[in-house]
Design a protein around this ligand. Structure first.
Ligand code: URA
Length: 300
């Protein structure tokens, strides 16, 4: 796995340690790049003065293709699959359609995240709330520029009332740390705020009922970039049927509430715990996120 992204010299000791920890966990045992590096390649020379007539040999060499540089990840430039509208209405019973409409009108009335949390805590239209122990609204910093949206709380999250606190949350924390982020610099929520019994996949009706809440939560947050953690979140918020294997690492656009945000689907950490070899791709996606964040102009 290549140590690319930001040069190691620019990392603080803590960032370097976090990055190394993630790589070791991902199974990296050798410091190798994906492509051979020409360590004899001369580094780029300083700009020659305009008056210089005969370019010194060093400069000519520096114009040769740089073998050691990794090609940009082509996939990032490929167009993302075209979004399709979610086909929920025809598959959802009338009562649940009405619950979804009611959720939409309740969410529309909320002016702040506190109001939204309160409204969701009082909402009775989703049967999941009766099997869950707690509403899992959010964690992290609501003023952060990055918002992560996962799928739904699991057992630990349900018990603690906070997203991503179980084993997959701990891996998510290490993934964030590897690119210098933590819960003070991201805001975290889920497409569903209640745990589905036994962690089963949410039904289309449950997703449709809770969709207005996560849309409003995104709208009321300060997020400028979304990270869609796992296939359920990515498909739902990008309104596509394309699977996470194709979606991951490709920037899409999330549109709701008059906002358009760049959105990056990544593998869910629970999947990475089952398939550690896929951390290699997850690392690429984290680097893509870091590159994007590094290029963002500072906030006013
Ligand atoms: N998985 C999720 O998608 N969200 C959580 O909060 C925990 C596990």
């Amino acid at each position: 796995m290549p140590p690319s992204g930001s040069s190691p010299e620019s990392l603080t000791p803590e960032e370097a340690a976090a990055r190394l920890a993630f790589m070791v966990e991902a199974g990296v045992t050798e410091a190798m790049a994906e492509e051979a590096q020409n360590r004899y390649q001369l580094s780029p020379a300083p700009q020659a003065p305009a008056a210089a007539v005969a370019a010194p040999r060093r400069e000519v060499l520096s114009e040769a293709p740089r073998e050691g540089r990794r090609a940009p990840i082509a996939r990032m430039e490929e167009p993302a699959p075209q979004p399709m509208r979610m086909q929920t209405p025809s598959t959802i019973p009338l009562e649940e359609k009405q619950a979804a409409l009611s959720a939409r009108s309740i969410a529309a009335d909320c002016r702040t995240l506190d109001e939204l949390r309160e409204a969701m805590a009082n909402f009775e239209g989703c049967s999941l709330r009766y099997t869950a122990k707690n509403l899992v609204f959010a964690d992290g910093n609501p003023n952060a520029r990055v918002m992560l949206v996962g799928e739904a709380p699991g057992r630990d999250e349900d018990l603690q009332g906070k997203p991503f606190v179980g084993p997959s949350g701990q891996l998510l924390d290490r993934m964030l740390a590897s690119i210098g982020l933590d819960r003070t610099s991201v805001y975290i929520a889920n497409t569903l705020p209640w745990r589905p019994p036994g962690n089963r996949t949410p039904t289309p009706a449950e997703q449709a009922i809770c969709m207005p809440f996560i849309e409003k939560q995104i709208e009321l947050s300060s997020a400028e970039v979304l990270v869609l953690v796992g296939g359920v979140s990515a498909k739902q918020l990008l309104a596509t049927d394309t699977g996470i294997m194709k979606l991951r690492g490709r920037w899409g656009t999330y549109r709701a509430g008059g906002r358009e945000l760049p959105a990056l689907p990544i593998f869910h950490p629970a999947y990475l715990l089952r398939q550690p070899a896929q951390k290699r791709l997850a690392w690429r996606d984290l680097l893509a996120l870091k590159t994007h964040l590094d290029k963002m102009p500072p906030r006013n």
